[in-house]
Design a protein around this ligand. Sequence first.
Ligand SMILES: O=C(O)CCC(=O)C(=O)O
Length: 261
Amino acid sequence: MLREKITDEQWQHFQEQGYVLLGRADLDEIAALQQRMDDIMLGTADIDYDRVMMQLDRVDGPDSKPGPQSRGHKGPTLAYRKIQDLELDPLFLAYLQKPLYRDICSRIYGADCNIATFRSMFMNKPAGLGSYLIWHQDRWTNLDRDPLITIWTALDPATKENGCVQIVPGSHRQLLNPEHGSGFLSDEMAAQIASRSDTVYLQMEAGEVVLLHNWMLHTSDVNHTQQSRRAFSVCYMDAATVADNGVTYLVVFGDGALGPA
Ligand SMILES: O=C(O)CCC(=O)C(=O)O
């Protein structure tokens, strides 16, 4: 079970290293999230699909790439790559509103700050599929301030073989390519990072949770196994954040927070 507050030891580890393992969520809750995720992919969930961004892992074609990131269901298959807007689903909303996550947001943004999610996202590497994500830092230049943290929950065992996240501890202190709109490194910079000996594979059991600073350098590979690598990743930010097209985001903690209808 996850505790309700981050310990001082965990907080210190996070500040120094840019990440910290938070423990393991209740496995019945994780089983329910796994089932809900499959239902969403298979098109049987009671959710407004027109509001949910859903991207297939592959679309047919000569170079077989991930599909477009657009709203709406794209057919009943477990081979989705990315699904966003999961704060619209009551089960995922309840999970992302845990007291522990609120406590962490208070430490990062201040106790009086309303919190929104920039993305509440399912990230999947289906069995034998998935795409390589080049080394990057999570940072978006279209926002008027930087979201600072992501809480990443393994919904399956995440291993080196099935494309777990790989990080460089301590790399959260500096943006390496601030000009890039979403924090991606150039191929040369990424090759340099990949050759370092201090990278860490975040191999995790299903239900384990890690807190990541958004500037943490990270990458993830394709899935070389028959075990899917599903994860739920939530980026929490100051709810006052505005995108350059005027968009604001749904509040999950504080005034006007989403909750049971
Ligand atoms: O879940 C993963 O493989 C990491 C995803 C990621 O790097 C991202 O969305 O920024």
